[in-house]
Design a protein around this ligand. Structure first.
Ligand SMILES: [Fe+2]
Length: 257
C-alpha cells in the first residue's frame, strides 16, 4: 500500500487554466501602476536581493516601461532557460500548478492591482508573478529547481503530501531569505514584489531561523498577512541544492501530510 502511494503520479492537465493574454485590455492607468511599482521596488531592492535577480531583470529587458507583453517576455525567457509563461485568471490549484512547473511553464495572473492601493493584493497579480518570479527563472540553478519542485509537487499532491511541499515552496521560493557574501538578502518572490514585507523581512524584529528541509516543512505559513518568521538559506545555491536533493520518500518520512 505504502509503495503504491509513493510511485510517480500522472501529471494533472493544467492547460484548462490557461487563458488568452489580451494585453490590450490593460489601460494607461494599469501601465502607470506597473511603472510605479517597478520603480519603487528596483530602487528599494538594489543591494538587498540575491544578485541573479537583478541580472535577470536586465537579461529579460524588464526595465522597459509598461506591463510586459507576455508572449515576448516568454520568448526571451525560453531562449535563456527553456521556461515559458502563460496567462491565467487567478490562483491555479496546487496539483495543476506543480504540473505546470514540471513542464517549465509559469502562470501569470492576467490583471494588475488597483493603482490607488499599491500595497493591497487579494491574490497574485501580474506584478507579483512577473516581477517577483520571472527574473530568477532566467537563472539556470533556479530554473532547474523550479522544474524539480514541479515534479516532486505532482507526486507529493498525489500521495497526500501536498502540505509539506507547499510549505517548502512558501518558505523559499515565495518568502525565503538567503545569505550572499555574508549578507542577508531577499530570495523569495513574495518579498521581492512587496515593498513593505521586503523591508520587514530584512529589518523587523522577527525570528530568522536557518533554513532546513525538516524545520521549513514543519512550519505552517500565513497567506493573509506578513510572515511571523523568515527562513534563511546559507546561500541561493545551497537552497537549490537542498531542495533538488529532496525525494518523495524523504518528504513522506517528514510526516507532515
Ligand atoms: Fe508567487
Amino acid at each position: 500500500m505504502f509503495q503504491h502511494q509513493i510511485k510517480a503520479a500522472a501529471s494533472p492537465d493544467w492547460r484548462a487554466f490557461v487563458v488568452a493574454e489580451e494585453w490590450g485590455r490593460f489601460t494607461p492607468a494599469d501601465h502607470d501602476t506597473w511603472n510605479r511599482l517597478y520603480c519603487r521596488q528596483v530602487k528599494m531592492l538594489e543591494g538587498k536581493i540575491v544578485s541573479p535577480f537583478m541580472d535577470g531583470l536586465r537579461r529579460l529587458n524588464l526595465q522597459s516601461p509598461g506591463i510586459p507583453k507576455l508572449k515576448e517576455l516568454s520568448s526571451r525567457l525560453k531562449l535563456l532557460t527553456e521556461w515559458q509563461l502563460v496567462s491565467v485568471e487567478g490562483i491555479v490549484p496546487d496539483a495543476e500548478f506543480f504540473a505546470m512547473l514540471a513542464d517549465r511553464v509559469f502562470p501569470i495572473g492576467n490583471f494588475i492591482r488597483d493603482g490607488e492601493q499599491l500595497d493591497y493584493l487579494e491574490e497574485p497579480d501580474c506584478f507579483h508573478d512577473i516581477f517577483g518570479h520571472v527574473p530568477l527563472l532566467a537563472y539556470q540553478p533556479m530554473a532547474r529547481l523550479m522544474e524539480a519542485l514541479g515534479h516532486l509537487g505532482v507526486d507529493a499532491c498525489a500521495a497526500g503530501q501536498g502540505e509539506a511541499i507547499s510549505r517548502l515552496y512558501w518558505h523559499t521560493v515565495e518568502f525565503g531569505l538567503a545569505k550572499e557574501r555574508g549578507e542577508l538578502r531577499i530570495l523569495g518572490a513574495g518579498l521581492a514584489s512587496s515593498f513593505g514585507e521586503a523591508e520587514a523581512a530584512l529589518h523587523a524584529d522577527v525570528p530568522r531561523p536557518r533554513f532546513t528541509i525538516e524545520d521549513a516543512a514543519a512550519t505552517a505559513y500565513e497567506n493573509d498577512h506578513f510572515q511571523p518568521l523568515y527562513f534563511v538559506s546559507d546561500s541561493l545555491e545551497e537552497a537549490t541544492q537542498l531542495l533538488e536533493s529532496l525525494t518523495l520518500e524523504k518528504l513522506v518520512a517528514l510526516g507532515v501530510g
